[in-house]
Design a protein around this ligand. Structure first.
Ligand SMILES: Nc1ncnc2c1ncn2[C@@H]1O[C@H](COP(=O)(O)OP(=O)(O)OP(=O)(O)O)[C@@H](O)[C@H]1O
Ligand SMILES: [Mg+2]
Length: 220
C-alpha cells in the first residue's frame, strides 16, 4: 500500500469501544482521537486495564471499534469487510507480543520465514529473507536454535525479525519487554527504535513502564 510522506499514517477518529460481558457492556475507550505521522515512533502508556491493548488491537485491525473510525494509510478500515481488513493486516502490519508467540517446534530461521511461506513465497526465498532479518536483529548465529534454546531477549529478537520479514509499514508491539529483565528490555527498545529509524516503519509500542521512555527519550 502506498504511503504518501508527511501524512498521518494512523488516524483514529472518536473511537469508543465496549466489550460485551454477559448481558451488559463494559466501556473501555471513550471518544479517543489521535493521529500518528508515517515513520513516527510513539508509546502508549497507561495503568493496567486502562485499554492499551484494546487500542493497539483496534489500530492493528484485530478488533473493530464500537463506534468511530480507524483510518490507515488514508484508507477507512472501519467499514472495510473482514477480507480486506485481513489483507491490510498482512500487507502493512507487523506484530510483536509480550509472550513472543513463537512456534516451539520450528527453529528461529523458520519462525521468521513463516509469514512469507503463508503468502506462498518459495521456501528458499523465504529462508533467505529470514536470514537477512535475523542478521538485522543480531541473531545470525542462532538461526538453528529452537525458541526453548534461546534467552528471553533472543526470543523477542526472533519475534521482531518475524514481524519485519514481510517489510510492514507499521510495527505494533504490545509490552514487548514485559517478560524481560530491565537490561534486556532496554536492548529491545533500542533495537525497535533503531529499526524504526532505519526502515522508516511507523512504530507504536505499548508499555506500562514509563522508565523506558525516560531513559531513551526517543519514544515521543
Ligand atoms: N475480550 C474482552 N472481553 C471483555 N473485557 C475485556 C476484553 N479484553 C479486555 N477487556 C477489559 O477491558 C479493559 C481494558 O483491557 P486492556 O487489555 O485493553 O488493558 P491494558 O491497558 O492493555 O492492560 P494491561 O496493562 O494489564 O495489559 C479491562 O478492564 C479488561 O478487563
Ligand atoms: Mg495489555
Amino acid at each position: 500500500m502506498h504511503t504518501p510522506h508527511n501524512t498521518h499514517f494512523i488516524r483514529l477518529e472518536h473511537i469508543t469501544h465496549a466489550y460485551a460481558t454477559g448481558a451488559s457492556h463494559h466501556a473501555v475507550l471513550h471518544d479517543v482521537s489521535l493521529s500518528i505521522p508515517a515513520g513516527q515512533s510513539c508509546a502508549i502508556v497507561g495503568a493496567s486495564g486502562s485499554g492499551k491493548s484494546t487500542l493497539l488491537n483496534l489500530i492493528g485491525l484485530l478488533d473493530e471499534p464500537t463506534s468511530g473510525r480507524v483510518v490507515l494509510a488514508g484508507q477507512d478500515m472501519t467499514r472495510a469487510g473482514a477480507a480486506s481488513r485481513a489483507i491490510a493486516r498482512n500487507r502493512i502490519i507487523g506484530f510483536v507480543f509480550q509472550s513472543f508467540n513463537l512456534l516451539p517446534r520450528l527453529n528461529a530461521l523458520d519462525n521468521v520465514a513463516l509469514p512469507l511461506l503463508y503468502r506462498g513465497i518459495p521456501q528458499h526465498q523465504a529462508r533467505e529473507a529470514a536470514r537477512q532479518q535475523l542478521k538485522r536483529v543480531g541473531l545470525t548465529a542462532r538461526g538453528h536454535h529452537r525458541p526453548a534454546d534461546l534467552s528471553g531477549g533472543q526470543r523477542q529478537r526472533v519475534a521482531i525479525a518475524r514481524a519485519l520479514v514481510a517489510e510492514p509499514s507499521l510495527l505494533l508491539a504490545d509490552e514487548p519487554t514485559g517478560n524481560l529483565d530491565s537490561h534486556t528490555a532496554q536492548g529491545i527498545i533500542s533495537l525497535l527504535l533503531s529499526l524504526n529509524r532505519e526502515c522508516g516503519a511507523t512504530l507504536v509500542v505499548v508499555t506500562a513502564r514509563r522508565r523506558h521512555r525516560r531513559s531513551h527519550g526517543a519514544l515521543h
